[in-house]
Design a protein around this ligand. Structure first.
Ligand SMILES: Cc1cc2nc3c(=O)[nH]c(=O)nc-3n(C[C@H](O)[C@H](O)[C@H](O)COP(=O)(O)OP(=O)(O)OC[C@H]3O[C@@H](n4cnc5c(N)ncnc54)[C@H](O)[C@@H]3O)c2cc1C
Length: 498
């Protein structure tokens, strides 16, 4: 194989093939510390090109890693076994918005915030708004079943995906889901695809459900007293009807301090913050909602006056800075993502603090309090053995409280060794059976989501097919970029070695 070329791949697809340089290096990373060395990246032109790419990868047993913006936080989009990154970030079509049906069909590479802007004139929006919404893509949101602050009121991405058009690891085209408002035709395969982290198929088009934009969206930032019970706030607010609440967020004092409204005139607050979004259809209703929320907060031991934002989006944009502030001040760290029943949040916080004390590291805490979903950040090298120990302790704490090892970011590379502890052996066997059916050669995003077959966490998960996945080729990065149009493609393709 001559260095800097991959003739069989270059013959197989019509889109750009990137074979080296900074562009390829960037595609070997995501928002985590996990690193990969892809041998190439392909920017497919259309669905036919994706089918050709998958067929080629099957023939040559090469890993394909679908990718949107690469903002995932557990190595979900990192090509850990080399192979080819399938870069879909250029697929930005926003199809006609069907305002009557409240749906839109989009390309997987559309950035979440760009979609919101495109939808605004229609009076509709796509509710999941991850903290990364200025960069992350709808394909990635579907791949990880992403959430955001407003998922308290609206639910995660899965609820807002109507249909997915995808190319499976078999090379077959599928369209899962339906445009009908409801249906009852057996288990919904669409729901299996959402959150599958690129391991079943490559989404080429996604039809989304949309919600009407509320007339009024107020943001509230409220200082919390030191000893307040977070679970009590969350469950009392959840129990109270007629509040219009769509988001209940928490920031500990260190995270809050990095934000303009988290500081006092002396620059330090020392207080944790509650961020709320309160929706209403009229001014009168907004007043009622605000009054109810104030009453509940006082009863839950939160007397302070809120800082108000007429437009909650302004508050979320500022809140999105919390992660960057921690990045600037404290650098790489363990960024965890667990969720427990909201009433048990205080028990979780106690255990998270104990882990920090035992490990003698600093802990920063923020998250989606209304859903019991927290992001404990520990100031420790995320690739160190200590980080592994801390992660395991955090997951154990969450599972012990009836929670989950991932509230929203996904499993990726980092959490897969614990997946069986949450799901159990029968569920793991089923997941492998689905994976085998959709991707018989194990070419799609290998090494992610699924714990390896065989003994894991002390248990074993034989493959239902009894067949071990064939090894995936690992490639070294080279340094050539072939641009589309440089060389024409023969209409008849032959299977040749890479
Ligand atoms: C600052 C910051 C804040 C964040 N805040 C949140 C938050 O509030 N809520 C939240 O849920 N997450 C959050 N995240 C995590 C991340 O942004 C989300 O998981 C997001 O959905 C990933 O989108 P992406 O386009 O970057 O996807 P990528 O990282 O490129 O991919 C994510 C996964 O989806 C798969 N995938 C991508 N495109 C396709 C496709 N077309 N077909 C099949 N599979 C595909 C990939 O293979 C991968 O497994 C945050 C991340 C950062 C860095």
């Amino acid at each position: 194989m001559p260095s800097g070329r991959w003739p069989s791949l270059e013959r197989a697809v019509r889109g750009d093939v990137v074979l080296g340089g900074d562009a390829l290096d960037r595609l070997g990373r995501d928002g985590s510390h996990v690193r990969g060395a892809p041998r190439a990246a392909v920017r497919p032109l259309d669905e036919d090109d994706v089918v050709d790419l998958v067929r080629w990868a099957r023939r040559h047993r090469v890993a394909l890693v679908p990718r949107g913006a690469g903002t995932s936080l557990d190595g979900e989009s990192v090509p850990i076994r080399g192979g080819v990154v399938v870069d879909l970030s250029g697929w930005k079509e926003v199809g006609p918005i069907d305002a009557e049906a409240r749906t839109v069909r989009v390309g997987p590479g559309v950035v979440n915030l760009d979609l919101q802007s495109a939808l605004r004139p229609s009076g509709l929006f796509f509710p999941p708004n991850p903290g990364s919404w200025a960069t992350c893509t709808i394909g990635g949101n579907v791949g990880t079943n992403a959430s955001g602050p407003r998922s308290y009121g609206y639910g995660a991405a899965r609820r807002w995906v109507r249909a997915v058009e995808a190319v499976l690891g078999t090379g077959e085209r599928v369209r899962w889901g339906s445009l009908a408002e409801k249906r009852s035709v057996g288990p919904e395969l669409l729901h299996v695809f959402v959150g599958s982290e690129g391991t079943l198929g490559i989404a080429t088009a996604i039809t989304l459900r949309l919600a009407p934009i509320p007339a009024i969206r107020n943001g509230w930032a409220v200082r919390l007293p030191a000893k307040v019970r977070l679970g009590r706030i969350a469950s009392t607010l959840a129990r109270t009807g007629g509040t219009g609440l769509s988001a209940i967020e928490y920031l500990d004092p260190v995270c809050a301090e990095g934000l303009p409204f988290g500081r006092t005139s002396r620059g330090r607050s020392g207080s944790a913050l509650l961020l709320l979004e309160i929706e209403a259809s009229s001014r009168a209703e907004a007043r009622q909602h605000r009054l109810r929320v104030r009453t509940v907060l006082r009863a839950a031991g939160v007397p302070s006056e809120p800082t108000e934002f007429d437009d909650a989006n302004r508050m979320w944009s500022v809140r999105g800075e919390a992660g960057r502030v921690l990045d600037d001040r404290y650098g790489p760290r363990v960024r965890e993502d667990v969720a427990v029943p909201p009433a048990r949040v205080d028990e979780l916080v106690t255990q998270l603090r104990r882990i920090a004390t035992d490990e003698r590291v600093r802990l920063f805490l923020f998250g989606h309090l209304g859903e019991g979903s927290l992001h404990p950040n520990y100031e420790v090298d995320p690739g160190s053995p200590q980080a592994e120990r801390i992660r395991s302790a955090v997951w154990r704490a969450s599972l012990g409280l009836g929670g989950t090892i991932s509230g929203e970011h996904g499993i990726g590379r980092l959490k897969r060794r614990f997946l069986d502890r949450e799901l159990g052996a029968p569920a793991m066997r089923l997941l492998w059976a689905i994976r085998d059916a959709c991707d018989p050669d194990g070419i799609l995003n290998p090494g992610k989501l699924y714990a390896d077959r065989g003994p894991t966490s002390g248990r074993s998960f034989p493959s239902p097919s009894g067949r071990a996945a064939r090894p995936i080729r690992r490639g070294l990065p080279t340094s050539v970029v072939r641009r589309r149009g440089v060389r024409s493609k023969s209409p008849k393709r032959r299977a040749v070695s890479p």
